[in-house]
Design a protein around this ligand. Structure first.
Ligand SMILES: [Fe+2]
Length: 199
């Protein structure tokens, strides 16, 4: 089915005091995300994917191990990724629910250790991509990173948290300082209630 650009769940200037400017959200949501939606719609028109839902398109067009993915995959997957990204940030939800805190402590030793490992994975992703907190098929929480638009659906994992480490996500506010962007994302931008709700 046709992709539609969701409204941001908050105003474009709602994250400005938390380190993500109105200008970044205007470019990132209104231009970059919209381009994935528009290009994806052009590419699926008249194909077998035209009437499929987004998750099925992402899973069905992913080529495991391929260096380059198809245009349909890239645009569909980036549409899915950005839908999640807007949802798990916000001006509210800064108190981590106890259930999520316990799961992070059980899996990583402490919340601080989780943040360190997540930020390190995002910094280590060479070129464009994403870093994730996922729950795998056995229920284990893991930190992963993916290149370009590849996302946890491709590996039958549930994404609880995802951080966009494409330069378009941080260059206006943090220039080339990806580690500073990642630290700020974890400390100020994440809506932990939205993350816990995905468990
Ligand atoms: Fe992005």
């Amino acid at each position: 089915m046709a992709f539609t650009l969701p409204e941001l769940p908050y105003a474009h200037d709602a994250l400005a005091d938390l380190g993500m400017s109105k200008e970044t959200l205007e470019f990132h949501h209104d231009i970059h995300h919209k381009a994935y939606v528009d290009n994806g719609n052009k590419l699926i028109a008249g194909t077998e994917w035209e009437d499929k839902d987004l998750e099925n398109i992402v899973k069905g067009t992913y080529k495991a191990g391929a260096v380059a993915q198809s245009g349909i995959f890239n645009n569909a997957s980036q549409h899915w990724n950005h839908n999640l990204f807007w949802e798990i940030m916000g001006p509210t939800g800064k108190t981590m629910p106890a259930e999520l805190e316990k799961a992070l402590v059980d899996s990583f030793g402490s919340v601080e250790k989780f943040k360190e490992e997540f930020a390190a994975a995002g910094a280590a992703q060479f070129g464009s991509g994403w870093t994730w907190l996922v729950k795998d098929a056995s229920g284990t929480l893991k930190i992963t990173k993916t290149e370009n638009g590849v996302n946890p659906l491709c590996f039958n994992e549930t994404a609880l948290l995802g951080c966009d480490v494409w330069e378009h996500s941080y260059y206006i506010d943090f220039r080339n300082k990806r580690p500073a962007y990642l630290a700020n994302f974890l400390d100020k931008l994440v809506n932990w209630e939205a993350v816990a709700a995905r468990m």
